[in-house]
Design a protein around this ligand. Sequence first.
Ligand SMILES: Nc1ncnc2c1ncn2[C@@H]1O[C@H](COP(=O)(O)OP(=O)(O)OP(=O)(O)O)[C@@H](O)[C@H]1O
Ligand SMILES: [Mg+2]
Length: 260
Amino acid sequence: MTITAPPPSTAPGPAPTSTLLDFRDVAMTFPNGTVALHGVDLTVQRGEFVSVVGPSGCGKSTLLRIASGLEAASHGTASVATDRIGYVFQDATLLPWRSVRANVELLAELHKTPKAARAAKAQEAIDLVGLTGFEKSLPKQLSGGMRMRTSLARSLTLDPELFLFDEPFGALDEITRERLNDELLRLFVEKQFAGLFITHSVSEAVYLSTKVIVMSGRPGSIVRAFDVPFPMPRDPDIRFTAEFGELVGEVSHALKEGHR
Ligand SMILES: Nc1ncnc2c1ncn2[C@@H]1O[C@H](COP(=O)(O)OP(=O)(O)OP(=O)(O)O)[C@@H](O)[C@H]1O
Ligand SMILES: [Mg+2]
């Protein structure tokens, strides 16, 4: 009998650790004098999914807009080491006259991707978010969750290395939100993008993330950072464990403290 050595593992190793987003002492004062952010130091590494929670108006969307390059910080440095950035807003921002497929193709179209490649990319993204069969539907024929999936698919066509999310599931009911959380986690594991995710829900932040950042009231600064110890892929049942509940409690407490 011959015993052969097992074949070398073909599983991808962990992606190299590198910093995709690096904020140093970032501040933002708008021309009208509103100070939205103050002294923000934040990094997002490859392989990380970082959630940000903070009171309304503390500067979370401003932080994301600076990360995306839509807005320039008024102080400090905000470096992003990739130009493959996905951005998903709270509103799905779909063009009402375009079908799901045409909406998903939009970004690739703007990037002048050739037609056949664009169609293939769009179909792959549509399949990934579970919208197969709805390619020809118009946004008004979709549920809120399906519209959000379309928006996710549109950003996925860019193969983002850094994915920015501004409360994407805030307007959805609890069950749809939990389902989309699981879909997003699956995509995170499969596509290996880094995430920066804004939410009002502490349990959503803990469930999705490798790290949770807590911001103070305006001008927003980072008051605490929590590493989330639960492994990926994440078991949905961790939400019912005592460890999960404890961490949610600690983050909620820090949020209240920072708000005072
Ligand atoms: N272009 C702008 N000019 C002046 N002030 C602005 C501008 N954009 C945002 N602000 C102000 O900056 C502060 C932070 O706004 P931002 O939208 O970043 O908050 P947020 O944390 O995302 O709030 P929410 O949780 O409600 O979405 C707010 O006081 C807002 O009014
Ligand atoms: Mg906001």
